[in-house]
Design a protein around this ligand. Structure first.
Ligand code: HEC
Length: 229
């Protein structure tokens, strides 16, 4: 048979040094070191712990995962206060808050509302958030009479347990923040129905003054006339 003249890897064409494999003392030492170092990791692979749901010969039922001890509550897991954790007093949703409603609570509620609820409910609670404008089912407006009459605990309950097409927000929004959001929803509802009577008497004259318009810096006071453009 004729030798393959076109072979790309004829010995004579290989770069110098690759044709012959020769190792010095240092190369051998380096390879030995790598092998030894890799061996050290074995301990980590066989750590003395159980993987989730791994079998165990230690317990009689053969399971490494243990059930909770009956009639015990994990530390920090006691949720006795129905008002705080369910929005209920004597089994009924309540219109009172389990903490004082302060300016800080409302500010926190506004911030959290704008993060978690406004995408669907809109910043003013009309139910026209961006997600809804993109096709998600429209929620009812917070300003309809039924929801204006709903107790504060109802909003807490909807966030905790979800409602119809809306999933719950118990995992994303902690208990105290759910109350803060409830308080802010109350403020939103008030904001859309405020009357002159709600304004303190001494500040009513300010209502007749023209609102102060603050233009962003660098903008001309008045837009240029059409012919000047
Ligand atoms: C992904 C969109 C979405 C987000 C985010 C969302 N909701 Fe809703 N929400 C809905 C929809 C849709 C409904 C109507 C559900 C239905 O009627 O099946 C609804 C209904 C409600 C209702 C009215 C229940 C009733 O009786 O009609 C309340 C109150 C409410 N949401 C509160 C909140 C609060 C508070 C948050 C923020 C923690 C929030 N929602 C976040 C979509 C959303």
């Amino acid at each position: 048979m004729r030798p393959n003249q076109n072979s790309q890897f004829r010995n004579s064409q290989l770069p110098r040094g690759l044709g012959r494999w020769s190792f010095g003392r240092w190369e051998c030492a380096a390879i030995l070191l790598c092998v030894l170092a890799a061996g050290c990791r074995q301990d980590m692979h066989d750590a003395p712990r159980y993987d989730p749901l791994e079998a165990s010969p230690f317990f009689r039922d053969g399971r490494s995962a243990r059930s909770l001890v009956t009639n015990t509550v994990a530390r920090g897991g006691l949720r006795e206060d129905d008002h705080l954790y369910q929005g209920k007093v004597d089994g009924q949703l309540t219109d009172t808050f389990p903490m004082p409603v302060t300016a800080e609570l409302l500010a926190r509620g506004r911030e959290r509302f704008n993060v978690f609820c406004a995408p669907c409910h809109g910043r003013t609670g009309q139910g026209n958030g961006m997600v809804v404008q993109r096709g998600f089912r429209a929620p009812p407006s917070y300003h309809e009479q039924r929801l204006r009459n709903a107790p504060a605990g109802y909003f807490f309950d909807v966030m905790t347990n979800g409602f119809g097409a809306m999933s719950d927000y118990a995992a994303q929004v902690p208990v105290a923040d759910r109350w803060a959001i409830s308080a802010y929803i109350r403020a939103l509802q008030l904001s859309q129905r405020a009357t002159v009577d709600d304004v303190p008497v001494d500040r009513r004259p300010e209502l007749d003054q023209a609102p102060e318009v603050r233009l962003p810096p660098g903008r001309p006071e008045t837009p240029p006339a059409p012919e000047a453009r």
